[in-house]
Structures are given as C-alpha cells and as structure tokens.
Design a binder for this molecule. Structure first.
Ligand code: GDP
Ligand code: MN
Length: 389
C-alpha cells in the first residue's frame, strides 16, 4: 500500500525521523489555518501519489495568508498526470543548501536490504541512474546484522555527501532503516533529503510503501487504508479478498498460484495478446472464489476473452468447474471463457463443465496452456479488430 507524502511523514515521525511542522488541508480555508500554526514561510504541496509535482505546479512557497489562498486555490482540484488533487500538505518551509537522495528497499535477488544514497537528490532518481549511475551508492544490508551508524557514515562518505552533513545523514539513515524494518515497508524513500544552511539534515519529502503482508501487526495502518486510491476493479477484487492487479490489455486472466498467473501473462504476451489483469485465486480456491474472480474480470470493460488457467494441486478441478457454472448463472459474462484445467480432479471438473450444457460460444476447453492462450488471444484480437479499436 502506497502512502501519500503527508502519511509518509506521519509514519516517519513514529520512528523518530524529524519532519517539518505542518498539517493536511482539504480546503483553502483549512490551508490558511494550518499555515498559521506551521509558521510562515510555508510550502503548499499537492498530495497525489505521483512524482514530479513541483514541475507540474503542485508545490508552491507562500509568505503570507494571501499567497496561501492563491496557491491552495490553484492546487486543490488540479490534475497532475491523471491524479486529481483532493488535499494539500502545508508545512513550514525549509531553507535548502543541498539536496540528497536516500532509500531502502528489499533486493530479492540478493536476499538483502538495499540502501541507495546519492548526493544528487531532488530530481527523479531514475534520471540520475540513467545519466550518472556512479553518483548512486548501493549498499546491501544483511537483515540479521542491520545497519550501524559507522556503516551509514561510510556510505555517506562514499556518496560524497558534504562533510558537514555526514553525521546528520548517517543518523537519518539509521532511523530510516528502523522505519523500513520495524515499520514493515517495501520502500522508504526521502527525496530530497536536504542539508540546511545551518548544517542540519532534514527530510523534505516522504515516499513510503507498506508491505501488506505485515498488516496484521499494524492496526494503525487502517487509517491509511481508508484514504487508499484503488481503481474500481481493484476495489471490487479487494472486497472479495482476491490477489488482483489491473492492467490495460484485453485478455482477462484467472490462475491459481502467483507463479502460474505470471506465466499465464507471459504466454499470452508470447502469442501476441495482452493481459487485462493479474489474478491469482490462490491454492485451495473453491467455487465461491471462482465465481468472485469471474465477477471481477467481467467488470473490466476492456476484457474480450477470459483465460482460466488452473493446475490443480490443492485446488480441485471439480470446485473450479462448479464455480464457473455457478458464476455463469449469476453474471452475464461479457466475453467467452477459454479454460485449461489440469491437475487434481481435472477430469471430474471437465465432466461437470461438459454436462452443464454451456454453449461453445461461452466456454471452450483446451488441453494445454499454450493452446488455451492461443485461443483466448485469437478471440480477443478478433473482437478488438471488429470494433475498430
Ligand atoms: P516531488 O518533486 O513530487 O517529489 O516533490 P518534493 O516534495 O520532492 O519537492 C520538489 C522540490 O520542491 C524539492 O526538491 C525542493 O526543491 C522544493 N521544495 C519542497 N519543499 C521545500 C521547502 O520547504 N523549501 C524550499 N525552498 N523548497 C522546497
Ligand atoms: Mn520528492
């Protein structure tokens, strides 16, 4: 779950990372009130989950209430790369001497945490990575050992952080690592991490992504979930507890197990199609799950065919088949289904489907994953051409 900047800053504060005094405002009047308590000058920042807000006019400095009114009026309701600004964060403005970049993520391949630090912050890190990769220092951390102040100092030195900022930056890195690990983040990023003219090191931005698998030990995350912005498809999927990610292709995909679902996306691509989604109904999926999955896929206007790819281990073929029959009774599917059903009780499942009297224009069964992908893509592509889009 991705947090807004203001939530990220509130989260930082829980882990002793200092942030500027400020508050969130939904209206121009609220912005003026918050500005007064934060203390002028203030910076008004659009709260959208997309970078480059400054360039888009979503970040403005204000010296007084009139300027707050002017900028808040412009920013609230503004569209930044397709995200409409519903709220602004107003905080006491900082003087900036230098801008750095710092982040922690998990490097799955290395099975270690990864600290990235650069003296060239402020701009998007992808740009630095492209134009000047040696300006980013990568440091792997064994999660058992953690990160010490000494190591953090060494990384800051290697990144050519200004000598007067080394101590402050190292302290900030250790605290940010604490937030990343104890706070169960997938990503904890500060860009820019600034050096102030007075020598202090301070976080001006916050990008935090929380690891949903750890939600059970963070009741405080509920308030973030309340403001989470999912698309309609994702919201419906969440209400059914399905692992779903919306994409923009035309072949709806249902598979059991994340690995098989990923392979299904690949094979659809390989044969010239494009996936409308990732959907893993999990091991041990039953008829209800299958019916819910079909409902979610069917909700997507772009779907032109539905590829159900099941290799039953714990998931049983007859449950999958029952789910499909049940779903067909419940929802009016917008697109035909192509199914590849294999594994545990697959034969029983195929028998149930065959005896359910489903017309071939609604459901086709294919013996292999590749053949099923070809059939699903052929249907989707034919229907896309027909409609001229
Ligand atoms: P992003 O571009 O969407 O990531 O937004 P940031 O929060 O990183 O802000 C972008 C830029 O605005 C920063 O790199 C700063 O140059 C500037 N900025 C943000 N807050 C302040 C502030 O308090 N004082 C000053 N002088 N500039 C700021
Ligand atoms: Mn930023």
């Amino acid at each position: 779950m991705d947090l807004f900047e203001y939530q990220g800053k509130q989260y930082f504060a829980r882990y002793d990372i200092p942030v500027s005094p400020g508050g969130v405002a939904y209206t121009v009047d609220e912005a003026v009130t918050v500005a007064a308590s934060a203390g002028y000058p203030v910076v008004i920042k659009a709260q959208v989950q997309v970078g480059g807000r400054g360039k888009a006019g979503g970040i403005k400095l204000a010296e007084n209430a009139d300027e707050v009114r002017l900028h808040a009026t412009n920013i609230i309701g503004m569209d930044i790369k397709g995200h409409v600004v519903k709220r602004v964060w107003v905080e006491h403005a900082s003087d900036i001497a230098e801008e750095y970049y710092a982040s922690f993520t998990l490097d799955r391949a290395a099975k270690k945490h990864l600290l990235m630090l650069s003296a060239q912050g402020g701009v998007e890190i992808e740009v630095v990575a492209e134009s000047n990769p040696e300006a980013i220092v990568l440091h792997h951390i064994d999660p058992v050992d953690g990160l010490t102040l000494d190591q953090a100092r060494a990384v800051a030195t290697e990144a050519k952080i200004n000598p007067i900022a080394i101590e402050g930056a190292a302290d900030m890195l250790v605290k940010l690592y604490g937030c990343f690990t104890r706070g169960d983040c997938d990503l904890a990023e500060i860009n820019p991490l600034i050096l102030r003219p007075d020598g202090g090191v301070h976080a001006l931005d916050a990008k935090v992504s929380l690891d949903n698998n750890a939600a059970f030990r963070h009741p405080e995350w509920d308030e973030y979930r309340a403001t989470e912005e999912l698309d309609d498809r994702e919201q419906l999927a969440r209400s059914h507890d399905l692992q779903y990610i919306g994409l923009d292709g035309t072949v709806g995909i249902i598979a059991n197990g994340a690995g098989l679902a990923m392979s299904t996306l690949d094979v659809v691509n390989q044969v010239g199609g494009s996936a409308a989604n990732f959907l893993d109904i999990g091991g041990g999926a039953n008829a209800d799950m299958m019916a819910a999955a079909l409902e979610v896929i069917n909700f997507d206007q772009n779907v032109k065919s539905i590829f159900i790819n099941i290799f039953g281990g714990i998931t049983r073929g007859e449950e999958v088949a029952k789910g499909i029959v049940e779903a067909l009774g419940r929802v009016d599917l917008r697109a035909p289904i192509v199914i590849r059903l294999d594994g545990t009780n697959a034969e029983l499942g195929r028998e149930i489907l065959a005896n359910a009297g489903i017309p071939e224009s609604t459901l086709i069964s294919m013996p292999t994953m590749l053949e099923a992908a070809r059939a699903a893509v052929a249907i989707a592509n034919a229907s896309t051409t027909e409609n001229g889009n």
